[in-house]
Design a protein around this ligand. Structure first.
Ligand SMILES: Cc1cc2nc3c(=O)[nH]c(=O)nc-3n(C[C@H](O)[C@H](O)[C@H](O)COP(=O)(O)OP(=O)(O)OC[C@H]3O[C@@H](n4cnc5c(N)ncnc54)[C@H](O)[C@@H]3O)c2cc1C
Length: 447
């Protein structure tokens, strides 16, 4: 057994873990990151947001990102049966956030961030799985892990960061993980070649299609590869009888205008699925520890917010951990500030997410008006600007009002959608929220 003493121990070497470890190492702390897999490894979540660009700049990886990514100028939304689509361009955001983001293969992106952490002095360890963590009364951590050869490692740390993503290590350990009672959906996806892209400069934009059972994404990646996936109500996914691959093709056919773009497409990857993924944790912090990224919560991928929320929470947490390590008496106050900011950002996205498949929200997205700069505020949300801007939040309040009027005008449809959402949340509720790699209640292997 080996004993290793560090200032900060981070479990999980995804975007959240790599970001916080890099920033703390740069401040002179001894930081170790444990990653149970080996990079490059597959991960879903390929579309980035403009508000993430300054963080990537700060980490010093923008040149590599430009080489590996496809430029994303905006997001387009369409009905499954309509010829036309509506594009929201990031350059039209309320607060002039960066005008573009990138679409990336997560295997490359996550490896880049992880290796960058190593370059910045972090002790990065792959194929080392964290197995146990405990805190003493003063908040100091003792943790155990197992390396690739089955050796047990023991770590003593002044502070612990949970960045284990959907594995939610601490949340499970403390039994504080909660399935989201307001939302449930699951996804099925694969990589294809030969899918028609949007024309000209728009060829890197993400496309989102509404269809009867949820919504679909198309994310253009390098080398003519398109990531295509469907996020569906669990009730629909339960109707699957054949193979996951056949089920994906059959599902895509249910959105004729999306499928038209796929008439010459060839599936070039395994078809993967993930279910039961909407959850949150009762707490985000405790004496001597903090959660970042998906380790705390994940709602839904529709606005491509996951990686940004993960890296942004890590950036905020880095500042907080640094202050706590200098003066532990400030910990409770700093934790409370962190929790309230993160919940605010997630809450803003959630309001749009929960209503995304409702007719009223479809109408709002397909008929944008820039009266009182409302359209710019929607673009700001799509760019990730959900934390600090008072003006943007004022416009969201107006959007809520317009949404309510529209929903009231279409009351039967609105009620039908609410009931559908509740029924599906219950369907998932009966199941167990599983970690990556384990089969979920829908019979899919969770990825
Ligand atoms: C269907 C779907 C589509 C999505 N699409 C998008 C999108 O387009 N854009 C977007 O921004 N986000 C998207 N997301 C969300 C995005 O994937 C996540 O929000 C993001 O990866 C969170 O980063 P993270 O670092 O918190 O967690 P992760 O990226 O999951 O990293 C966690 C790491 O911790 C490691 N780990 C876990 N347990 C242990 C342990 N015990 N010991 C050591 N290591 C451990 C894991 O191996 C993993 O590498 C999508 C999610 C889903 C489900």
């Amino acid at each position: 057994m080996q004993l290793i003493e560090v200032d900060v121990l981070v479990a999980g070497g995804g975007p959240a873990g790599s970001t916080i470890s890099t920033l703390l190492s740069r401040k002179g702390y001894r930081v170790t990151v444990l990653e149970k897999d080996e990079h490059p490894r597959f991960h879903i979540g390929e579309s980035l947001l403009p508000c993430n660009m300054p963080i990537l700049e700060e980490l010093g990886v923008m040149d590599q990102l430009r080489d590996m990514g496809v430029v994303k100028l905006g997001a387009d939304f369409a009905m499954a049966t309509d010829e036309s689509w509506r594009t929201y361009y990031f350059c039209k955001s309320y607060n002039k956030t960066p005008p573009n983001a990138y679409e990336v293969r997560r295997s490359e992106f996550d490896e880049m961030l992880f290796r960058n952490a190593t370059k910045n002095g972090v002790d990065t360890r792959e194929r080392v799985k964290m197995t146990k963590v405990e805190w003493d009364a003063s908040g100091h951590t003792t943790a155990e892990a197992v390396d690739r050869d089955g050796n047990k490692l023991v770590f003593k740390a002044r502070y612990f960061v949970d960045a284990t993503g959907r594995d939610t290590f601490v949340s499970k350990k403390l039994d504080i993980k909660k399935k989201n009672p307001n939302h449930a959906s699951a996804a099925i996806f694969g990589h294809f070649k030969g899918v028609v892209r949007r024309p000209g400069a728009d060829q890197g934009n993400i496309s989102i299609y509404w269809f009867d059972h949820g919504w679909m994404w198309m994310i253009p990646l390098k080398d003519d590869v398109m990531s295509v996936g469907a996020v569906c109500w669990p009730d629909y996914l339960k109707t699957r009888t054949g193979s996951t691959e056949d089920f994906l093709w059959d599902t895509l056919k249910l959105a004729p205008k999306a499928f038209e773009r796929m008439k010459d497409a060839e599936l070039i990857s395994e078809v993967r699925a993930t279910g039961n993924y909407s959850y949150t944790s009762e707490k985000m912090t405790g004496k001597g520890w903090i959660m970042v990224g998906d380790a705390f919560a994940f709602i839904d991928p529709v606005f491509s917010s996951g990686v940004y929320l993960a890296m942004n929470s890590s950036r905020m947490a880095a500042g907080i951990v640094e202050k706590i390590l200098r003066d532990r008496s400030q910990e409770a106050r700093l934790h409370a500030e962190y929790e309230s900011r993160i919940r605010r950002g997630i809450g803003t996205f959630s309001w749009f997410i929960y209503r995304f498949t409702s007719p009223a929200m479809r109408w709002l997205f397909m008929n944008p008006r820039n009266v009182f700069r409302l359209e710019e505020a929607v673009v700001s949300m799509l760019a990730g600007d959900v934390f600090d801007s008072k003006e943007v939040h004022q416009r969201f309040a107006v959007l809520r009002f317009i949404y309510a009027i529209r929903a009231a005008a279409e009351l039967p449809e609105f009620v039908r959608n609410v009931l559908l959402r509740r029924r599906n949340a219950k369907t998932i509720f009966k199941g167990v929220t599983t970690a990556e790699g384990q089969p979920d209640t829908l019979g899919f292997k969770n990825r």
